[in-house]
Design a protein around this ligand. Structure first.
Ligand code: HSE
Length: 368
């Protein structure tokens, strides 16, 4: 049985990954070694085929014993440990949730419903480094894979609506604290004046965002009752890094001969979990909407095509109804007024599942 080391298993992506291993009975397929710095030496939680002691995630010697390492620990860990491990001569497979290795020439970005062939070819030819893609990139490709596969896309603009949890567990909690802050203000305002009007309440809420005790250490502003149209650092192009990743990562996964332009604005919104995206898709020819729908629907088993109908959209195309599932609902599919070669679509996906943990899990299974 192959030895699989898991690093970052207590974080948000790591916990989701461990859950998926358990639900799918994956732990029966390999021997699991949990790594941590802070819990090093303690008893590991009970897992089928799991080593009983937690090992040291900073120990090159202990990591070197593994056939495969799956890490959800983040880019700083990858940058610190991966080069040392490779330098020590370790030739195991490294599967990483972080972005640190994604654009390295000898690393493959994994999303097997889209690039299973490339992953298989890489494994056969000795590729050892695999990285999951950026969450919105993977979710876009899961949603629009059928159109990319038919080479119908000239360019795409993706406007994202990204959940608080994409910025980490603490950010998710900060959003809830902001909601509580507003809830308290609302209650107190109603107690002081039962007949207070909506516009007065709006003023109170908006002013309260400026108060010293308003919780905004993580976001640097109000996400609750507002939104934040910037994610990650600034690139020279003027894009945020989250926006920059869309084109470079998607084209690497698709192995495009000619780069398909993909650009848009990435926005943090007050959803707790699941990233949504509104797409403007420029096709390279006019295509009947029925054909577009069929290509989207048939591209993978997780896509759920939602009819362009108000009630169906509200029932099936939201973060709330997608959270915790592997579904990729795609809806609002229609031609745009710019012409029949323009298609509008909207999609939602759980950024912790298809956007992070699931492609890693499935790549690990391909290695066994
Ligand atoms: N970069 C993503 C975000 C994380 O900030 O939402 C992936 O969930």
């Amino acid at each position: 049985m192959q030895k699989v080391g898991v690093v970052g298993w207590r974080g948000m992506v790591g916990s989701v990954l461990m859950d998926r291993f358990k639900i799918e009975n994956d732990f029966s397929k390999f021997e699991t070694f949990l790594f941590s710095t802070s819990l090093n030496g303690e008893h590991a939680p009970e897992i089928t085929n799991g080593h009983r002691k937690i090992l040291d995630s900073d120990s090159i010697d202990e990591l070197s014993e593994m056939d495969i390492i799956v890490t959800c620990q983040g880019g700083d860990y990858t940058k610190a440990i991966h080069p040392k491990l490779r330098k020590s001569g370790w030739s195991g497979v490294w599967i990483d949730a972080a972005s640190a290795l994604r654009m390295e020439e000898d690393a493959i970005i994994v999303l097997d419903p889209i690039n299973r062939g490339a992953i298989e070819a890489g494994l056969n030819s000795g590729t050892k480094d695999f990285a999951g893609g950026n969450c919105t990139v993977s979710l876009m490709l899961m949603a629009l894979g059928g159109l990319f596969k038919e080479n119908l896309i000239e360019w795409v603009s993706s406007m994202t609506y990204q959940a608080a949890s994409g910025a980490g567990a603490k950010s998710m909690l900060e959003l809830l604290e902001q909601m509580q802050f507003f809830g308290d203000k609302f209650l107190r305002s109603k107690q002081n004046n039962a007949a207070i009007g909506a516009l007065d309440l709006e003023k109170i809420m908006n002013t309260s965002m400026q108060e010293d005790n308003f919780p905004n250490d993580r976001f640097g502003g109000a996400l609750g009752l507002s939104l934040l149209p910037w994610i990650d650092t600034k690139m020279e192009s003027g894009q945020s890094k989250e926006e920059w990743k869309a084109q470079v990562e998607a084209n690497k996964i698709l192995q495009s001969k000619n780069t398909i332009p993909i650009d848009g604005t990435c926005v943090r919104v007050g959803a707790l979990r699941c990233h949504s995206q509104a797409f403007t898709i420029k096709l390279n020819k006019s295509v009947a909407i029925k054909t577009v729908e069929e290509l989207i629907r048939e591209s993978n088993p997780w896509v759920e095509l939602v009819e362009n109908d108000k009630q169906k959209t509200l029932d099936m195309l939201t973060p709330a109804c997608t959270s915790g599932t592997l579904k990729i609902p795609v809806g609002r599919v229609r031609h745009m007024s710019m012409g029949d070669d323009f298609v509008n679509a909207f999609s939602v996906g759980d950024q912790l599942l298809w956007g992070a943990a699931e492609p890693l899990r499935r790549t690990l299974l391909m290695c066994l």
